[in-house]
Design a protein around this ligand. Structure first.
Ligand code: MSP
Length: 510
């Protein structure tokens, strides 16, 4: 049995509604998961919700319900928006699931038994919205260095994890595995942070009740980050079903936002080392999105719900825009004008019009039946075929680096080649001359074949569009039954198959 390709998103706090920032990671993870499935790989794609902690408990309190009721109410907003965005996660984990609680307790007990956990006094600052501990020296103007909000003084007896004991091993792992933390700028950040020296991490809270009680001291609950990170192994039955766990772990990539890098690239790997578990292959931290140049925040009232944009542009245009417009490792700025521009140029025009034009010509000149091409190739045919041969390897190299925008750029370069072919071969002129009928057959066939490849190439990013093109091409079997690279070979479209133009894929926007 092959190991699955295992990709995760952060589990999102249920104190608030999902927005375009949370959806950014999830859409990227989905495109990656679908891409690996398209390559015929076994995939396990995990997302979920982080339901414990003070921040969630306070949100519940403000609404006058218990934290569990609050989590049950909020989780629906996440599962619904992911469904709408066509997110193909294989599992959805909630940290209040009994299975997660059981695994988390087993794990912490193991570390306790090994002597990696000890009791001490914590005195320092705590940022509730970020659920993070800060030393006085780390504060900026007395505020949380991460989010700039107020911090609270905490002084209590806590259990500590011997993070410092793993600093050397961690550093040498990161230095000898350049792919482990990406992009490079984040890798350097982690290296220099470790080099400054790691202090042991408080991993329990005494004055909080909304959390997982420690098995060795029920008067304390697990620190929400310690609890949350364990979702990546509880979801795949660590300590419960060894065979299943081994088939999936280690994760191939944890996708995260850059603000939670230290938890994922320092604390988490050290926890895994302490439990003698292999480390994930990669932690990839992407940048942050701003909205019309500003940080999204409730107080500014500029938080955008994915639903709002989906209503306006459609699901696939939503997915396309966020993956195409931004370079995944870096910050980006969302603007409506920009999104409309991309929609019209890339989707309505390059993709939608091209597919309609090609299929309309087959309907007009051959009654909808795709003709048999002749053996004689002319120059534009060679150029199109060569462009088709280049695109899949290019997409593959880009996806290996999680450069979604470059993968889409490569596909759109191919679409430009198809549009060029349509213009150069001018089927409408060939159709006027009966002696050129065989040439017209070849040209129509090549265009349809290129559209077939287009469907396969776009389907991980724009699933409904890929499927829609596939149906227009008259295939009876689902597009997901076909895998790359085999299905990308030129000339697999069966002559004689009937196609239909159908409705426009992306009607133009004003
Ligand atoms: N619960 C923790 C994560 C635990 S993982 C073991 C958490 N949750 S969160 O709800 O705050 O979600 C944070 C994640 O949402 C970020 O890491 C990022 O993936 C995504 N984003 C939230 N706002 C974002 C932007 N403005 N831009 C891009 N992504 C952002 O932290």
């Amino acid at each position: 049995m092959n190991k699955s390709f295992y990709v995760t998103t952060p589990i999102y706090y249920v104190n608030d509604m999902p927005h375009i920032g949370t959806a950014y990671t999830t859409v990227a993870a989905d495109a990656l998961a679908r891409y690996h499935r398209l390559k015929g790989e076994e995939v396990f794609f995990l997302t979920g919700t982080d339901e414990h902690g003070q921040h969630v408990a306070r949100a519940a309190e403000r609404h006058g319900v218990s934290p569990q009721e609050w989590a049950d109410r909020m989780v629906v907003h996440f599962t619904e928006v992911w469904k709408r965005l066509n997110i193909s996660n294989d599992y959805f984990i909630r940290t209040t699931d009994p299975k997660h609680v059981e695994v988390a307790r087993k794990f912490i007990q193991l570390l306790y038994d090994k002597g990696d956990i000890y009791l001490d006094t914590y005195e320092g600052w705590y940022c509730v919205p970020d659920e993070s501990f800060w030393l006085p020296s780390q504060l900026v103007d007395g505020k949380c260095p991460q989010c700039g909000r107020e911090v609270e003084m905490v002084q209590e007896e806590n259990y500590f994890f011997r993070l410092s004991a793993y600093a050397d091993r961690l550093l040498s792992h990161i230095e000898s595995h350049p792919e482990f933390v990406q992009p490079e700028i984040r890798r350097n950040e982690v290296i220099s942070f470790i080099k400054q020296g790691l202090t042991d991490q408080s991993i329990s809270r005494k004055t909080i009740t909304w959390g997982i009680p420690l098995p060795f001291d029920e008067s304390q609950v697990m620190y929400v980050w310690f609890d949350a990170l364990l979702n990546y192994i509880s979801a795949i039955d660590y300590g419960l079903d060894e065979e299943r766990f081994r088939r999936t772990w280690p994760a191939d990539v944890h996708l995260i936002g850059k603000e939670i890098l230290r938890f994922h690239a320092i604390v988490w790997p050290a926890m895994l080392m302490a439990a003698d578990l292999p480390l994930p292959r990669q932690v990839f931290a992407h940048g942050w999105l701003t909205v019309e140049g500003e940080k999204m925040s409730k107080s500014k009232g500029n938080v955008i719900s994915p639903h709002e944009l989906i209503d306006e542009y459609g699901v696939d245009a939503y997915r396309y825009y966020f993956l195409r417009e931004f370079s995944f490792g870096y910050d980006g700025n969302f603007s409506r004008e920009n999104m409309t521009g991309r929609y019209n140029a890339d989707l309505a025009n390059s993709l939608g019009n091209m597919v309609s034009r090609v299929l309309a010509m087959v309907e007009r000149y051959r009654g909808g039946t795709v003709p048999e091409p002749s053996d004689r190739e002319e120059e534009p045919d060679v150029a199109l075929r060569e462009s088709a041969a280049r695109v899949f390897p290019e997409v593959d190299r880009s996806m290996e680096r999680l450069a979604f925008n470059e993968a889409l750029q490569a596909i759109w370069n191919f679409l430009a080649a198809i549009n060029r072919y349509v213009d150069e071969t001018a089927a409408w002129d060939l159709a006027k001359d009966p002696t050129l009928s065989r040439r017209l057959d070849t040209v129509l066939y090549n265009m349809v074949e290129a559209v077939r490849l287009t469907a396969l190439l776009v389907v991980p990013f724009l699933p409904a569009t890929g499927e829609g093109i596939w149906r227009r091409l008259g295939f009876a079997d689902p597009i997901h039954a076909h895998h790359l690279p085999e299905a990308a070979a030129w000339g697999l479209f069966p002559p004689g198959q009937r196609v239909s133009k159908g409705e426009p894929l992306f009607p133009r926007k004003k």
